[in-house]
Design a protein around this ligand. Structure first.
Ligand SMILES: NC(=O)c1ccc[n+]([C@@H]2O[C@H](COP(=O)([O-])OP(=O)(O)OC[C@H]3O[C@@H](n4cnc5c(N)ncnc54)[C@H](OP(=O)(O)O)[C@@H]3O)[C@@H](O)[C@H]2O)c1
Length: 309
C-alpha cells in the first residue's frame, strides 16, 4: 500500500511516500481503506519532535513518540474511510461502513491507504461517519471538535452569556465559535483582518482584529474567555472575565471520548456545526501540506486525500 513515512524528526521534507505491507486486522480491529486524513498543528510538532516554547512538552513528546527518532513511522492522527475487513471479535462495525476517528496511541497513523483500528480502545475514538459530512470534513472533525467541545463544556455556557473566542480562525477556534453560539452564547471573536468574514459567517456576533486590539477595554466584560490558539497570556485573559466567569485555554489536558463525537454529530445533524476546510492536498503532496500548516495561519482544517473511491 502507498504510505507516507518519516524516519527522523525535522522539517516537512522528512516525509516521503513509500510502499508498505498492508496491515492485517487482529480479532478486535477493523481494517480501514483510508479516504482522508488531516494535517494538524499537533501533528506538525510530532513530525518536528519538538513543541515550540516548551522543553517539558518536548520531553513528554519524545518519551511518547521516540527519544532520538520517531518510533511510529506513519503520521496522520485523524482519518475517515470505509471498513474493508473486520476481525472476528468485532461487533460494532461491518464491512462497507463509512467511519471516522483518531489514531491516538496506535502504532500506525492514517497517512496510508490502509490502517487497522481497534473497535474501541482507551486513548482514541472511532464512529460511523455522519451522513451530512464528506470524508474530508469527517476526517477534520475529531481533534479540533472534541477539544473545543470538552473545554467549552467546563464553562456551562448559558443563553446570553458573553463569550470571547481568542484565535477564532484555526481548527479549535472555528469549532469553538460555532459551539459557543450553539450553546446560546453571544460570541465575540478575535482573529486577523483576513479571517473576519469567515469567522462572522460561522456565527460570531462581533469580530475584532487581534492585531488592532486594545484588550484592556474588554476588562471584566466576558462570562467566558476561551483562548483557542494558546497565545493569550493567562494573566491577560483572566482580566477579561467577569467575577464568577471562566478563563479557558486550549493548553489544557484533554481526552478523547466517543460521547464527545456523538454530541458533535447531533449538533451537525441539526445543521449548527460544520468543519471549516481551508485546503485539501493529495497524499503525494504531503510535504507542501505540512509546509503550509507549519506557517501557523491555516483557516480551520487542512485535509489530505488518501484514496479515491
Ligand atoms: N489541548 C488539546 O487537546 C489540543 C488539541 C488540538 C490543538 N491544541 C493546540 O491548540 C492550538 C491551536 O490548534 P489549532 O489546530 O486550532 O491551530 P491552527 O489551526 O494551526 O491555528 C492557526 C490559526 O491561529 C491563528 N493565530 C495565529 N496566531 C494568532 C494570534 N496571535 N492571535 C490570534 N490568532 C492567531 C491564525 O490566524 P492568522 O493567520 O490570522 O494569524 C490561524 O488561523 C495549538 O497550540 C494546538 O497544539 C490543543
Amino acid at each position: 500500500m502507498r504510505a507516507v513515512v518519516y524516519s527522523n524528526y525535522g522539517p516537512p521534507s522528512v516525509l516521503h511516500l513509500t510502499e508498505l505491507t498492508r496491515p492485517v486486522p487482529k480479532p478486535h480491529e477493523v481494517l480501514i481503506r483510508v479516504r482522508a486524513s488531516t494535517v494538524t498543528a499537533g501533528g506538525c510538532w510530532v513530525r518536528q519532535g519538538a513543541f515550540p516554547d516548551s522543553r517539558w512538552l518536548t520531553f513528554f513528546l519524545r518519551l511518547f513518540f521516540g527519544i532520538t527518532r520517531p518510533r511510529r513511522p506513519v503520521l496522520g492522527f485523524e482519518f475517515s474511510g470505509v471498513v474493508e475487513a473486520v476481525g472476528k471479535a468485532v461487533t460494532r462495525f461491518s464491512t462497507g461502513d463509512s467511519v471516522y476517528g483518531t489514531t491516538t496511541g496506535l502504532q500506525q497513523g492514517a497517512y496510508a491507504e490502509y490502517v487497522c483500528i481497534p473497535e474501541s480502545w482507551r486513548l482514541g475514538v472511532m464512529a460511523l461517519k455522519p451522513a451530512e459530512l464528506t470524508f474530508g470534513e469527517s476526517a477534520a472533525l475529531p481533534v479540533g471538535g472534541m477539544t473545543a467541545f470538552q473545554i467549552l463544556q467546563k464553562a456551562d455556557i448559558q443563553q446570553g452569556h458573553q463569550v470571547l473566542v481568542y484565535g477564532a480562525s484555526g481548527s479549535v477556534g472555528t469549532y469553538a465559535v460555532q459551539l459557543a453560539a450553539y450553546f446560546g452564547g453571544r460570541v465575540t471573536a478575535a482573529c486577523s483582518q483576513a479571517n473576519m468574514a469567515l469567522v462572522q459567517s460561522i456565527g460570531a456576533d462581533t469580530v475584532s482584529d487581534y492585531a488592532q486590539l486594545d484588550i484592556t477595554r474588554w476588562a471584566g466584560q466576558f462570562d467566558v474567555v476561551f483562548d483557542a490558539v494558546g497565545k493569550l497570556p493567562p494573566s491577560v485573559g483572566k482580566r477579561l472575565v467577569k467575577k464568577g466567569g471562566h478563563f479557558l485555554t486550549v493548553k489544557s489536558v484533554t481526552d478523547e471520548k466517543i460521547a464527545y463525537l456523538h454530541a458533535l454529530e447531533a449538533i451537525i445533524a441539526e445543521g449548527r456545526l460544520k468543519p471549516v476546510i481551508d485546503r485539501t492536498y493529495e497524499l503525494e503532496d504531503i510535504v507542501n501540506a505540512h509546509t503550509y500548516v507549519d506557517l501557523g495561519h491555516k483557516k480551520g482544517n487542512v485535509v489530505i486525500t488518501v484514496a479515491q473511491p
